[in-house]
Design a protein. Structure first.
Length: 80
């Protein structure tokens, strides 16, 4: 009996569909690990560049302290 989706041969080499059962469980785990690794590289950059909504880096808050809100009639004026 063949399971659905089993080709029976890969490149002319006969295969047994039971061999792929372990891969069905290993590949999602491997994909999750790759995703975690990528997030560990990307999220710090997103934080520093202020790309995460609602989260400001220390550089953002330091710069926000220099905004002159008393000049609202002329627009927001940043001090040097």
């Amino acid at each position: 009996l063949r399971r659905a989706g089993c080709q029976g041969a890969i490149g002319g080499i006969p295969c047994d569909c039971r061999d792929s059962v372990g891969m069905d469980k290993a590949m999602p785990v491997l994909g999750g690990l790759v995703g975690l690794w990528a997030a560990s590289k990307i999220v710090p950059i997103m934080y520093e560049w202020d790309l995460i909504p609602g989260v400001g880096s220390p550089a953002y808050w330091a710069r926000a302290q220099t905004i002159r809100y008393d000049h609202y009639t002329e627009g927001i004026v940043y001090s040097p």
